[in-house]
Design a protein around this ligand. Structure first.
Ligand code: NAD
Length: 343
């Protein structure tokens, strides 16, 4: 009989519920057996929907449950490090949503524990690597057909943020996706990074910088700029263009029909294209492929997706960005030597 991986989920908020549905309905070879959340009612509600066990707010109790073979961590960012370490205490498989931790030091602790166990058990939720658009961009860049990559121009725009959001979270929570995908696209590592404050949007007088611009230089000399708007007031808009020696590759917009009609100044300008506002929809296929691949690799005994090392490098670059803010200087992106386990 085919293996069915038994999963426990920590965090039943937006993406926790979505991953639960995904695993129950779309991902072969796995099932969710238990859920938990700091807010017990959130876990109870998700558990009731699927007739599975709720551990209420006892997240650590759920991780320890011998029936739980793998843990999916979808709680808020500052909790990731502790729940990953708790999962590794039992040497269980772990899928941790981005970011792996809030800083590089905490990621080093996770890698040290994996090295002690002698096996990669952690995968980080950098789902863009599974998006068809990014994957095709990488294929073209790697083929060398349009020459070596020189520059990346990217932007990450979110509609709005919840309470408690801070300027640094524009990097640790938002631009962390770009910090991973740019090095993956280029097959290159960062040399240094800088975060620049620019003219502020009137959508953003809530105590955090918006927009901010992240500048990165790579070991091979590529230059990357990422516009980070965490409250753009209009949509979830992700753009990425890689400029190569003999051409460019650009991330396609998601499927959307362009409507052309007789212009009516009061109603529509004649040509309109819908803009997504919900991040869950923009990368829906990538999330599916990501979890299908993760379960298949775990069931085969070795994870193949973004590792704790990849989570770590993104956090090192993020730390450099946050340290550079207000200094007008590039900060070195200095990692520890890459352990053999992650090569
Ligand atoms: N890969 C992606 O594109 C992507 C997209 C969205 C969210 N995320 C990540 O997933 C995580 C969750 O995001 P979300 O949008 O679902 O947020 P959310 O606020 O909707 O849900 C977070 C949940 O965590 C719970 N929680 C808070 N503190 C906890 C604790 N100490 N222990 C256990 N649970 C706790 C909350 O009660 C809530 O139910 C975040 O880390 C976020 O960065 C990743």
């Amino acid at each position: 009989m085919d293996k069915i991986l038994k999963i426990g989920i920590v965090g039943c908020g937006a993406i926790g519920k979505d991953h639960c549905r995904r695993i129950m309905e779309t991902v072969p070879g796995a099932t969710v057996v238990a859920v938990s959340d700091y807010v017990a009612a959130a876990a109870d509600e998700t558990a009731a929907k699927y007739g599975i066990r709720s551990y209420g707010s006892d997240c650590k109790g759920m991780i320890a449950d011998p029936e739980v073979e793998a843990v999916v961590i979808t709680s808020i960012d500052p909790t990731h490090h502790d729940y990953v370490m708790e999962t590794l205490k039992y040497e269980k498989w772990c899928f941790c949503e981005k970011p792996l931790s809030q800083n590089a030091k905490d990621c080093e602790e996770i890698m040290a524990r994996e090295l002690e166990i002698g096996k990669k058990l952690v995968q980080v939720g950098f789902m863009r690597r599974y998006d068809r658009g990014y994957a095709e961009m990488k294929r073209i860049i790697d083929s060398g057909e349009i020459g070596a990559p020189l520059l990346i121009k990217a932007c990450h725009r979110n509609v709005s943020q919840g309470p408690g959001f801070k300027t640094e979270n524009g990097i640790t929570n938002v631009a962390i996706h770009e910090l991973d995908i740019c090095r993956w696209l280029l097959g290159d590592e960062y040399e240094d990074a800088q975060c620049v404050r620019v003219r502020q949007s009137s959508n953003s007088n809530k105590g955090y910088d918006n927009p901010q611009v992240v500048l990165l230089r790579t070991k091979k000399g590529c230059f990357i700029d990422v516009e980070v708007q965490v409250a753009d007031g209009y949509g979830y808009d992700i753009q990425c263009e890689v400029v190569c020696e003999n051409g460019t590759v650009k991330l396609p917009d998601p499927y959307a029909v362009v409507r052309r009609s007789r212009p009516d100044p009061a109603k529509d300008p004649g040509e309109t294209m819908p803009i997504m506002t919900d991040w869950k929809e923009r990368f829906i296929e990538a999330y599916d492929i990501e979890l299908i691949n993760w379960v298949a690799s775990v069931n085969a005994g070795a994870i193949t997706g973004p590792s704790a090392w990849d989570g770590y490098v993104a956090c090192v670059a993020g730390d450099a960005c946050n340290a550079s803010r207000g200094t007008s200087q590039f900060m070195k992106v200095e990692t520890i030597e890459k352990p053999e386990l992650y090569k």
